[in-house]
Design a protein around this ligand. Structure first.
Ligand code: GTP
Ligand code: MG
Length: 203
C-alpha cells in the first residue's frame, strides 16, 4: 500500500472525544520506549509526525493520525515506565484500557515488543488481558537493526515458544526496524487486508 498522506488530527485523554465515524483504526501499544512513535513515523514516511524521544514516557495521550484520508493510526502512551510514579502509571493505564476496551473502530492493536529482550511479565500479562477481552492484536518485534539476524531469529523463536505455553494459536507476528524500514511493507499489506473488512455499524 502506498502512503500518500498522513496528518495529525487530535490528541485526547478521553476515549469519548476520539474522532467520530467508522473509519478503520489501528493502534500501537507496548512498553514505554519500545518504539511505537518511531514505527508510526516509519510506516507513514513522516519523520516528525508522532513525537519520539530517547527518554521513556514521551507519549502520554491518545493521538489520532489520518492516513490517505481514509483510515486512522493511533499512537498510545507506553505502559510500565517505572519512574513515572504510581499515580502517573495508573492514569496512563486507565487511558490505555478505556481506549482498548471501548473503541469499537479499533480493527487491530499492534503490540510492540523489543526484539532484544526476554519475555517480560508485564507484556505477557498485557496479552492475557487482550485475550480475556477478545481484543484483536498482532505482535511487532521492534529494533531488529540492533542485533544480528541469527540473534534476532533466536530471540523471536524463544519468545514464540514461551507464548505457546499459554496460547493455542499465535497472533500474526511482524519484525521491524524504524531505522532501516524493514517490516514496513508487511505491516502496511496487513493493514490493507484489514481495511477491506466491513466497518462497524455506528447507527
Ligand atoms: P513512549 O512514547 O515513551 O512510550 O515511547 P515509544 O514506544 O513511542 O518509543 P519511541 O518511538 O519514542 O522510541 C524510543 C527510542 O527508541 C528512541 O530513541 C528511538 O530513536 C529508538 N528507536 C525506536 N525504534 C527503533 C528502531 O527500530 N531501531 C533503533 N535502533 N532505535 C529505535
Ligand atoms: Mg511514543
Amino acid at each position: 500500500m502506498q502512503i500518500h498522506k498522513a496528518t495529525f488530527v487530535i490528541s485526547n485523554t478521553d476515549v469519548e472525544k476520539c474522532p467520530s465515524g467508522n473509519r478503520h483504526e489501528y493502534a500501537f501499544i507496548g512498553r514505554s520506549n519500545v518504539g511505537k512513535s518511531s514505527l508510526i513515523n516509519m510506516l507513514t514516511n513522516h519523520k516528525g509526525l508522532a513525537m519520539t524521544s530517547s527518554m521513556p514516557g514521551k507519549t502520554v495521550l491518545i493521538n489520532h493520525f489520518l492516513v490517505n484520508d481514509e483510515w486512522f493510526i493511533v499512537d498510545l502512551p507506553g505502559y510500565g515506565y517505572a519512574r513515572a510514579g504510581k499515580e502517573n502509571r495508573d492514569r496512563l493505564k486507565n487511558i490505555i484500557e478505556s481506549y482498548i476496551l471501548c473503541r469499537q473502530q479499533m480493527t487491530n492493536l499492534f503490540l510492540l515488543i523489543d526484539s532484544r529482550h526476554e519475555p517480560q511479565k508485564i507484556d505477557l500479562e498485557f496479552m492475557e488481558f487482550l485475550g480475556e477481552n477478545q481484543v484483536p492484536f498482532s505482535i511487532v518485534f521492534t529494533k531488529i537493526d540492533k542485533s544480528g539476524p541469527v540473534a534476532v531469529k533466536n530471540k523471536i523463536d524463544a519468545y514464540c515458544d514461551k507464548l505457546r505455553e499459554t496460547w493455542e494459536e499465535l497472533p500474526p507476528i511482524f519484525m521491524t526496524s524504524s531505522v532501516d524500514k524493514r517490516g514496513r511493507e508487511d505491516i502496511l499489506d496487513y493493514i490493507q487486508q484489514l481495511n477491506a473488512l466491513p466497518k462497524i455499524d455506528i447507527n
